[in-house]
Design a protein around this ligand. Structure first.
Ligand code: FMN
Length: 201
């Protein structure tokens, strides 16, 4: 099993990373003993990803004009079974660093629909989870994460990954995820769900 975890917070070891790591720990605990697991953690803090400049080259030539850390991610999207994409909620959306990665998937989109020569193997089964944390309490705004949903839906469709669901935790500026047993239990549960779904593929 290959797991790709994209950590979309510009700061390491914070709430969205804690949740991602908890989900992975749970996958490791639930995976069958004859299965091996390879985890690729990619933090936006260490990545160089230029924002898409809409040059349109990808509609004529397969791939992106920029040679940066997306080269690794394009391959990792293709090769992964489980994709965990995490981001803090910034102005009701994902972080700018996370959005740069998403926009650069335009090259994958073009390879499928303009060039009809997909960069991504459309027959491989991949499953995805979106993890996000926010300062506002979901009790005060139950639709807090609403703005991220169509973005993530299109992203997971671009990379031919079944978008299984979301792990959303609010109020993290007051109660950190590490001090929130309910949030950690949800992460644990998502690890179980993803492992089950993977084993049924
Ligand atoms: C630029 C910026 C924008 C933010 N926008 C929102 C927001 O729209 N809604 C919200 O609830 N919290 C917002 N926050 C708070 C963050 O979502 C919260 O601190 C974050 O989930 C922490 O994630 P991390 O610990 O993984 O970095 C914002 C924080 C920053 C720095």
């Amino acid at each position: 099993m290959k797991v790709l975890a994209i950590l979309g917070s510009p700061i390491r070891k914070r709430n969205s990373e804690t949740l991602s790591k908890k989900v992975i720990e749970s996958i490791e605990n639930h995976i069958s003993t004859d299965e091996s697991i390879e985890v690729d953690f990619v933090s936006v803090q260490n990545l160089k990803v230029s924002p898409c400049v809409a040059c349109d080259r990808c509609t004529r030539i397969k791939g992106c004009v920029f040679q940066d850390d997306m080269t690794h991610l394009y391959k990792a999207f293709n090769d992964s079974d489980i994709i965990l994409f995490s981001s803090p909620l910034y102005f009701n959306s994902v972080s700018a660093q996370a959005k740069a990665i998403i926009d650069r998937c335009q090259a994958i989109f073009s390879s499928k629909y303009a060039l009809k020569d997909p960069m991504i193997d459309r027959n491989r089964k991949r499953i995805g989870l979106f993890i996000s944390t926010a300062g506002v309490d979901m009790k005060d705004d139950p639709e807090l994460f609403k703005g991220t949903l169509p973005v993530m839906d299109l992203f997971f469709r671009a990379i031919n990954t079944e978008y299984l669901g979301n792990l959303f935790v609010g109020n993290v500026d007051r109660v950190k995820v590490v001090d929130n047993p309910e949030a950690l239990a949800s992460a644990e549960e998502w690890g179980r769900i993803l492992t089950n779904k993977y084993s049924l593929r």
